[in-house]
Write a protein that binds this ligand. Structure first.
Ligand code: FAD
Length: 370
C-alpha cells in the first residue's frame, strides 16, 4: 500500500519513520509553517508528576515517555545521532516541606506502575541548587531521575532523515486533499497530483484548513505559546535538570549555555504570530523570581508556536468519519513532544491494519467532528 502524510511535525515525522521502517511506500509533505509546535516546543519529557486525572491521556503520555529510549536507539542504528535527547532528570521545586511531601507521596505511588521514572528523591535546598545553579536559595525539590529533555526540531529532523533512509520521499509545499466522492485519492502539492491508498493528516493546529474543502469540520484549535530563549556564556549547561516550579512555568537547558523558559498559554489569539511585550514581561518576571541567577544571562529570542487542541484536550486518532482512505491524528496539545513519537508508531500500525497497543476507542475521532 502507498501512503501520503500531510504535516511533518513530530507526529507526522514519527508516523513516516515507522511506516518506512516497515517497508511501506511513504510520501511526507510539509510546508514549514514558521510557528510549527514541534520546533517551538520546550522539550520536557516528564509526564509523571501531573495533576491531570484523565486516564487515556495519562496512559498516552506515560507510554510516550517510556518509548523514548527505544526510539532513540532505533534512530542511532539508522545513523541519526542528533536528537537533543538526554535523560537529565527533573526537579519539581517547592517552598515548603509540606508541599514537597505531598508531591513525594504522589511521585512514589506513580513510580510503582511506571518504573521508567527512575529514582524519586527528596532534595535539600543545597542539592536542588546543585542541579540548577541559578535557582534562588531555599527551594526543596522532588527529583525524578528518569525525566528527559529533547530538542523538538532536532528529533523531528532525525525522524524525517531516518524515514528517507528507509525509502520515504519528502516534499516541501502546501498540500490539499484530492477526492472522488467520499474516497480520498491523494494530495496536490506544488501543482502536482500524488495518489495513494491512504492519506494521513497530521497537520497540527492547521489541520482544519485541510478538511474544510471536503465539508468536514474538525474541531482543532490553536493555542498560542510564546517561549523565551536565553544563553549563559561560558557555562556547561548540558546536564542541568529540567526545573518545574509549582505553577505552569518551567525552565530547562541544553548544551552550550542554552536556557529555555516558558511558556504562555493563549487560547484566544488565533494564529497571531507576534511576540508581545506583556508575555515576555510575564515570563521574565516569573523566571527571575524563581531563578534570579538568570538575570545576567543573554536574552536571545522569543519564539511563537501553536499547540493543537481538540475538544476535551484529549488527542484523537483514527479514520475521518464518512470518508474512505483518510486517517487523522491530532490534539497533542501541551504534551505532544512526549506523546508524539509513540502516537506516530501507533498511527503507522493503524494505517497498516496491524493491532495497536492503545485502545483507540479512548481517542475517538468522532468527538472532534462538528
Ligand atoms: P506541529 O508540530 O505543529 O506540525 C504540524 C505540521 O503540519 C507543520 O509543520 C505544518 O507546517 C504542517 N502542515 C499543516 N497543514 C499543512 C498543509 N496543508 N500542507 C503541508 N503541511 C502542512 N510538549 C511536550 O511534550 N513537552 C514540552 O516541553 C512541550 N513544550 C512546548 C512548548 C511550546 C512553546 C509549544 C508550542 C508546544 C510545546 N509542547 C510540548 C507541545 C508539542 O510541541 C506539540 O504538542 C507537538 O509538537 C504537536 O505536534 P504536531 O506534529 O501535531 O504539530
Amino acid at each position: 500500500p502507498t501512503f501520503i502524510i500531510i504535516g511533518a511535525g513530530i507526529l507526522g515525522a514519527s508516523t513516516a519513520y515507522h511506516l518506512a521502517k516497515q517497508g511501506a511506500d511513504v510520501t511526507l509533505i510539509d510546508r514549514n509553517d514558521p510557528s510549527q509546535a514541534t520546533a517551538a516546543a520546550a522539550g520536557i519529557v516528564c509526564p509523571w508528576l501531573t495533576n491531570r486525572r484523565n486516564k487515556p491521556w495519562y496512559r498516552l503520555v506515560t507510554e510516550g515517555a517510556k518509548y523514548y529510549p527505544a526510539l532513540i536507539q532505533k534512530l542511532e542504528n539508522d545513523g541519526e545521532m542528533e536528537t537533543g535527547y538526554a535523560r537529565v532528570g527533573a526537579i519539581n521545586i517547592f517552598d515548603t516541606k509540606e508541599k514537597l511531601n505531598n508531591k513525594m507521596d504522589l511521585a512514589r505511588q506513580r513510580q510503582a506502575n511506571t518504573p521508567e521514572m527512575g529514582d524519586v528523591t527528596a532534595l535539600s535546598p543545597a542539592e536542588t541548587k546543585a542541579l540548577f545553579p541559578p535557582v534562588s536559595d531555599g527551594y526543596r525539590a522532588v527529583h525524578i531521575s528518569g525525566a528527559a529533555r529533547v530538542n523538538g526540531s532536532a528529533l523531528c529532523d532525525a525522524l524525517i532523515r531516518g524515514a528517507e533512509k528507509n525509502g520515504a520521499s519528502v516534499i516541501r509545499g502546501n498540500a490539499s486533499l484530492m477526492s472522488q466522492g467520499s474516497t480520498i485519492t491523494g494530495a496536490t502539492v506544488n501543482g502536482e497530483n500524488y495518489y495513494a491508498d491512504q492519506v494521513i493528516v497530521t497537520g497540527g493546529a492547521w489541520a482544519k484548513d485541510l478538511l474544510t474543502p471536503l465539508g468536514k469540520n474538525v474541531l482543532v484549535t490553536p493555542q498560542k505559546a510564546q517561549i523565551v530563549h536565553l544563553n549563559i556564556p561560558h557555562t556547561d549547561t548540558a546536564s542541568w535538570s529540567v526545573l518545574m516550579p509549582p505553577y505552569n512555568q518551567y525552565m530547562l537547558t541544553f548544551g552550550g549555555g542554552k536556557v529555555v523558559v516558558g511558556a504562555t498559554q493563549e487560547d484566544n489569539a488565533g494564529f497571531d504570530e507576534r511576540v508581545t511585550m506583556g508575555a515576555v514581561h510575564e515570563m521574565f518576571d516569573k523566571a527571575l523570581k524563581v531563578a534570579p541567577g538568570l538575570s545576567s544571562s543573554t536574552y536571545v529570542e522569543t519564539r511563537v508556536g501553536f499547540r493543537p487542541f481538540t475538544p476535551g484536550h484529549l488527542p484523537i486518532i483514527g479514520p475521518v468519519p464518512h470518508t474512505e482512505g483518510l486517517l487523522i491524528a491530532n490534539g497533542l496539545g501541551a504534551s505532544g513532544l512526549t506523546s508524539g513519537p509513540y502516537l506516530g508508531l501507533e498511527l503507522a500500525k493503524l494505517a497498516l491494519g496491524q493491532p495497536t497497543d492503545l485502545d483507540l476507542d479512548d481517542y475517538d475521532v468522532t468527538s472532534a467532528f462538528g
